[in-house]
Design a binder for this molecule. Structure first.
Ligand code: GLC
Length: 478
């Protein structure tokens, strides 16, 4: 019998997604379950949009009462098997039947409730995990509640940090009233006098992982640690970085139904995709024109301030630039106006459209991702699949997956720069353009791009080894 692992998370593809977390929680169990050593299942909140699309396929497991302060809130547990993976859902009219998934004044309370419900539901599920594996702050308290709840305290726990910037911080009076947590446990849950869900996960987990080796180092420093770096002084031996993979079936230019010409390595086919995109977006049609793209949430993390500083100057070169994404008004305004100024060279598509995103990956020569910080990053991996050369800042997972091109050794699969500095970005953009126009070097670089492979296989086996190293089990006597 394989080890039983329960993933606890707030997002999972294909049910609900706002970012890379959903991709990881959606594809890692698939890969892990190819190996008989592990049996992974997933538990998620039952949001309104999941009800709308999946409810008819679900089966009711049971209802439980979860104590929230002086009240009891009902949690209804459903299950569904999809593509061989067993999913559980925690339903609550009060907390989850709302539009969208985050952004409510009581988000903290909603996910504290979710975590409590997960732990209290464990004894009534037909699956008693050996390891509870929680992801990001929304699931952090599941780890804490597991450790302080007698029936399951022997179960082992893993906590994965996907982004330490978002911590789930709740004022003291709010949570004490809600969750009457025994005094002796408060210290493990608090940080600077506030309940901190991210810290609670880190503090209580048997093992902590994050999504790249470089980010595992970075979060121990004040610059990247978002105020939590001191706690790694005690936990650093239990912290490891495991790089994320990419779902090669999903992101495959050979079979992608959204793109005009499917291809594996063919530059000719890739150019057909470029011409099609140029036509669709109203750019001058010329398959030789170097195309730089960004597909991103428009938030500070993604390095947009750097791009803004040098965009007009870079667009004086003979290039095209396409940006797809939505986000903060500040950035949307900037890119909207930048397009007006440069309408023969720049398209800012301020929306999200999955099919168009795939067409942009397929059409592009360069994928620009100069993040301020990047725990792992998925887009640069997708870009490599679509043979678009990544240009990144050397941080987190970007540093671990994009190796700068070396002309003499002919090694490397992209371009990178080190400091968060707009002129370093401009310099590397101009350098990449010079390589594009040098046929020998360009094809040496593309050869390396073609060889890049970030499947989930190796990462999944690292997780499987981690689970094997944890010796513990659910207390069956309960
Ligand atoms: C977060 C991080 C991103 C990472 C993803 C999945 O969204 O910002 O870098 O790839 O989680 O782990």
């Amino acid at each position: 019998m394989g080890k039983k692992i329960l993933f606890v998370a707030s997002e999972c593809s294909p049910f609900v997604k706002t970012g890379g977390l959903a991709d990881v929680v959606g594809s890692l169990p698939q890969e892990l379950n190819k190996n008989e050593k592990t049996d992974v299942r997933v538990i998620l909140p039952l949001y309104q949009e999941i009800i709308a699309n999946w409810h008819s396929q679900m089966e009711l497991v049971t209802s439980i009462q979860v104590q929230v302060g002086w009240r009891n809130q009902e949690a209804t547990i459903y299950q569904l098997v999809h593509q061989g993976i067993h999913y559980y859902f925690v339903g609550s009219d009060y907390y989850f039947e709302r539009k969208g998934i985050y952004g409510y004044y009581d988000d903290g309370e909603r996910f504290v409730f979710f975590c409590r419900a997960v732990i209290e539901a464990l004894p009534v599920l037909d699956f008693q995990p050996d390891v509870l594996h929680a992801h990001d702050w929304q699931a952090g308290l599941a780890v804490a509640f597991a450790k302080i709840s007698d029936p399951v305290k022997d179960m082992k726990t893993v906590f994965t940090i996907h982004n330490i910037k978002y911590q789930g911080i709740i004022p003291k009076d709010a949570y004490q009233e809600l969750f009457n947590i025994p005094e002796e446990h408060i210290g493990g849950l608090e940080w600077n006098g506030l309940l901190n869900c991210m810290k609670s996960g880190i503090f209580h987990a048997d093992k902590i992982t994050t999504v790249s080796p470089s980010y595992a180092e970075e979060i121990q420093t004040p610059y990247y640690g978002e105020g939590l770096h001191p706690i790694f002084a005690e936990r650093r031996n239990d912290l490891i970085g495991i790089i994320n993979g990419v779902d090669l079936d999903e992101y495959n230019p050979m079979t992608d139904p959204h793109i005009t010409s499917n291809y594996k390595y063919s530059r000719i086919k890739k150019k057909e995709n470029k011409e099609n995109l140029q036509e669709k977006l109203g750019l001058p049609i010329d398959s030789e024109k170097p195309m730089y793209v960004m597909i991103t949430r428009l938030v500070e993390q993604k390095g947009l301030h750097l791009v803004q500083t040098i965009l007009d100057e870079f667009l004086q070169e003979d290039v095209q630039f396409v940006l797809l994404g939505t986000g903060d008004d500040e950035f949307e305004n900037f890119y909207f106006h930048a397009q007006q100024r440069n309408n023969q060279k720049l398209v800012s598509y301020l929306g999200f459209d999955e099919a168009l995103a795939r067409q942009i990956y397929a059409a592009s020569d360069f994928f620009v991702m100069p993040s301020l910080f990047e725990p792992c990053g998925l887009s640069q991996l997708i870009a490599l699949q679509y043979k678009s050369v990544p240009i990144v800042r050397e941080t987190g997972g970007l540093k671990d997956t994009v190796i700068p091109f070396d002309e003499t050794e002919e090694t490397g699969n992209g371009f990178s720069f080190s400091n968060y500095n707009a002129h370093e970005l401009l310099h590397i953009l101009k350098y990449s353009l010079a390589i594009y126009h040098d046929p020998t070097r360009w094809s040496a670089l593309l050869k390396n791009v073609n060889k890049s492979n970030f499947s989930w296989k190796d990462s999944a086996s690292e997780y499987a080894n981690l689970y094997q190293s944890l010796d513990g089990s659910f207390n069956k006597a309960y």
